[in-house]
Ligand binder design. Structure first.
Ligand code: NAD
Ligand code: UPG
Length: 439
């Protein structure tokens, strides 16, 4: 059977999911409470930067299979399967996740659900949320038990979102009935046909898989960054150390890149929400190590500021600093909890004259931090700089010519915050090259 799908919340996750599902041949209606977002998506203009997504958005619109709306009534009438993709940000001043957007979706959608359908939660949530929302759905939906909730966490990475959605490495389904499982297996049939592993489990396990995965990834990054701290103290080289570790297949080289650490709209807030939830459940001791993971991560940002100040001669007063990178990682315009911008702001606060450049995140950065300076290109941002900081490893920064950059700066001093450059090449061009965790 071909189901009609809705995607509720069309941000980084939802816009990707909607366009990819339309690309698989489904009729899809995306819904967002932000009318500007709906207008822009309807016009084929992606409000975010995500490689390959705008093309499939446009193909979906042209095929007539993909539309966008702000109307929950229309969504309820249209959909057989409703995917919830709204945000679960960190609460202000707390570690816990704000799940109020999920409640708002259920409260807006449920009163119109008067026939059989499946509601699928994809947002990252504290364990226990799915059962609570299922109870709420049962209370509010006129169709009652004909409406079923499934929990289906999402593991896509920004920058690879289309690929990860079309070819996920696993599909996790928290279900309470065979009927809902059957519907989900049919919806994901194109992926399952390619051999994607599927894990059928209960709500709490499915919710936990997601935060456990992010906790593991964050821990791996902080592990190598803890090694970087020790390398700094011992005059050893964390890049060589990481490479040597990577050949042990039990360890592997992925997520073992030392540097400025993790940011973004997921890893930082997810480990904090996980700790908060474990605390509520009386299992806080189990996750105390995540406090250290978080602390190691934040220390990398402080260390970067210290290293930059050292190169600036001990003070940022009267010092011009070029910051290359604003996005939390390359191939994204997402600046949520961006380590690069965090460092830029701290240096500005300490009196530095900071100019930031990023290939796609400048608009977002300027909006969030109007007091920072912004350049039109890497060379423009570096004009007259006493120190250059590479904080997001965009390919165009890795490809920079040390001679050309050297021609515009006031001093050839660079800190490679992502261990992305070839130290020898830069030193050969007369640059004072420093990197986190390396001599
Ligand atoms: N961004 C990722 O790479 C990613 C990957 C996996 C999981 N997740 C999880 O997915 C969820 C969404 O993340 P995101 O990065 O897409 O967030 P986002 O902020 O980019 O998008 C959320 C969208 O929901 C909309 N919205 C808010 N309230 C709404 C409502 N009541 N009804 C309809 N729409 C509403 C917002 O306007 C926004 O467009 C989070 O729980 C996140 O942890 C994100
Ligand atoms: O070896 C590494 C790998 C990553 N990072 C940093 O870690 C952060 C997160 O990177 P990544 O995980 O690639 O980005 P996200 O798009 O936030 O994806 C994560 O968060 C998503 C939302 O939950 C999950 O779906 C993904 O599986 C999970 O990888 C970025 O700041 C990276 O610069 C490092 O410092 N070193």
């Amino acid at each position: 059977m071909s189901y009609r799908l809705t995607v509720l919340g069309t941000g980084y996750l939802g816009a990707t999911h909607a366009a990819c599902m339309a690309a698989l041949g489904y009729e899809v209606l995306g819904l967002d409470v932000d009318p500007g977002k709906v207008a822009s998506l309807s016009a084929g203009e992606l409000p975010i930067h995500e490689p390959g997504l705008e093309e499939i958005l446009r193909q979906g619109l042209a095929s007539g299979r993909l539309r966008f709306t702000t109307s929950y009534e229309e969504a309820a009438e249209f959909g057989d399967v409703h995917f919830i993709c709204v945000g679960t940000p960190q609460k202000k001043g707390e570690y816990a996740a704000d799940v109020s957007y999920l409640d708002a979706v259920v409260e807006s959608l449920a009163p119109y659900l008067n026939r059989e359908c499946v509601v699928v939660g994809k947002s990252t949530v504290p364990v226990g949320t799915a059962q609570r929302l299922a109870d709420k759905l049962a209370r509010l939906a006129p169709a009652g038990e004909l409406v079923e909730l499934v929990w289906n966490p999402e593991f896509l990475r920004e920058g690879f979102a289309v690929r990860d959605t079309m070819r996920p490495d696993r599909i996790v389904l928290g279900v309470v009935s065979d009927k809902a499982e059957k519907v989900m297996r049919e919806v994901y049939e194109p992926m399952l046909a390619e051999g994607t592993p599927v894990i059928i489990t209960d709500y709490p396990t499915s919710e936990l898989v997601k935060v456990a995965a992010n906790a593991f990834l964050a821990t791996k990054i902080s592990f190598i960054n803890a090694m970087a701290e020790v390398c700094e103290a011992a005059h050893a080289d964390v890049k060589d150390l990481s490479l040597a570790l990577s050949f042990d297949e039990r360890i592997g080289g992925r997520f073992l890149n030392p540097g400025l650490g993790f940011g973004g709209g997921c890893l930082p807030k997810d480990i904090r929400a996980f700790m908060a939830r474990a605390g509520e459940l009386g299992a806080d001791q189990a996750l105390t190590f995540l406090r250290e993971v978080d602390a190691i991560n934040m220390r990398r940002r402080a260390r970067m500021v210290d290293l930059a100040r050292e190169l600036a001669g001990g003070s940022f007063q009267g010092c011009t600093v070029a910051v290359l990178g604003a996005a939390f990682k390359p191939n994204s315009d997402d600046i949520r909890d961006s380590p690069a911008l965090d460092v830029a702001v701290k240096i500005r606060e300490q009196g530095g004259d900071v100019t930031v450049y990023d290939p796609v995140a400048l608009g977002n950065a300027r909006k969030a931090h109007p007091t920072l300076g912004f350049g039109a290109s890497a060379l423009d941002a570096a004009k007259g700089a006493h120190v250059v900081l590479l904080l997001t490893e965009w390919q165009e920064f890795i490809d920079l010519d040390p001679e050309e950059l050297g021609g515009v700066v006031a001093a050839r001093k660079i800190v490679d915050g992502r261990n992305a450059l070839d130290a020898e090449t830069w030193r050969a061009s007369g640059w004072h090259y420093r990197a986190l965790g390396r001599p």
